[in-house]
Design a protein around this ligand. Structure first.
Ligand SMILES: C[S@@+](CC[C@H](N)C(=O)[O-])C[C@H]1O[C@@H](n2cnc3c(N)ncnc32)[C@H](O)[C@@H]1O
Length: 276
């Protein structure tokens, strides 16, 4: 076992190591780690060193550059996956009204482009069912994320019961099953919701997205904050051909796309449509 260094760190960690981490996560995921995130980067990447048995950051970062499986684990380690059911709830009230207004015989397509552990796409599915009743069977949700680990959690649809604490008793009863035995303390999402969603890994930074538009609704919330303005703009430009004149793009409440005013117009609080 390694002896912790004077600073209490198990591994030697230089500013060069940190700058290399910043470079790699920017290149591969678009994530712009500020200089203040050195401690966070150390803690998260050090876990990978322990798992892989590698004893120096220098060697580990070399592996990240040459082995795609470890690169995936490195990206997974550095993403921030904070999310919740009905996060920024007024968006779902607006979405429900929107879905009622567009409902027709065709399939309604929703893309949740940074779906994390699944709370957001399941909230989209609940909103659609509540808004459209039996017509919700026409709603298809694509849920994507770069982080392959959170996608597994999302697909499993099993959550600690406290994650749904704030939901109304009606929603809890309608959409969740209480776990028993070794699942005591957990709830699982009912198949009615799961059946509406397809989970897929997708890196927003990639040149080609393996998805089929157009989408009536795109959720891209609380992920752009990790990207610089140029990266945001190049992603937003790729959303536009996947939208119609009526489509809505939802961003997180702390995000704004003023720098994309020539391609997107504001339709509500952090809600956008394509400029005509
Ligand atoms: C803070 S969570 C937001 C989750 C959810 N959209 C919400 O608002 O609650 C950000 C998510 O973006 C994902 N992410 C980060 N970089 C990404 C990229 N380049 N492509 C796709 N997803 C990315 C992370 O893995 C993480 O799950």
């Amino acid at each position: 076992m390694n002896i912790p260094t004077i600073q209490g760190r198990q591994f030697h960690f230089t500013d060069e190591d940190f700058q290399q981490i910043r470079k790699l996560i920017y290149e591969h995921a678009g994530i712009n780690l500020s200089n203040s995130k050195s401690e966070m980067a150390y803690n998260r990447v050090a876990r990978r060193l322990r798992v892989t048995g590698v004893t120096s950051f220098e060697e580990y970062l070399r592996i990240v550059q040459t082995q795609s499986a470890e690169r995936e684990a490195f990206i997974n380690a550095l993403t921030t996956n904070l999310t919740a059911f009905f996060r920024e709830p007024e968006h779902f009230t607006i979405l429900a009204d929107y879905l009622r207004s567009v409902v027709s015989n065709r399939t309604i397509k929703i893309w949740c482009s940074a779906s994390s552990t699944g709370e957001e796409p399941y909230t989209l599915a609940m909103t659609a069912i509540e808004a459209l009743g039996s017509l919700s069977s026409c709603v298809q949700i694509l849920a994507t994320d770069i982080d392959t680990q959170v996608l597994k959690t999302a697909e499993a649809g099993i959550y600690s019961i406290d994650r749904i604490e704030k939901l109304s008793p009606e929603l809890k009863k309608r959409f969740f099953l209480k776990g028993k035995g070794d699942q005591q303390g957990n709830v699982s999402v009912r198949s009615e919701l799961k059946n509406m969603i397809t989970f897929q890994s997708l890196n927003l930074l990639e040149k080609n997205w393996n998805i089929q538009g157009p989408f009536d609704v795109i959720f891209c919330r609380n992920v752009m904050i990790y990207f610089d303005k140029d990266t945001q703009l190049s992603i937003l430009k790729k959303f536009v051909p996947l939208m119609t004149k009526e489509s809505l793009l939802f961003a997180g409440h702390s995000e704004n796309f003023y720098h994309a005013a020539d391609i997107l117009v504001k339709k509500g609080r952090t809600i956008y449509g394509i400029a005509s």
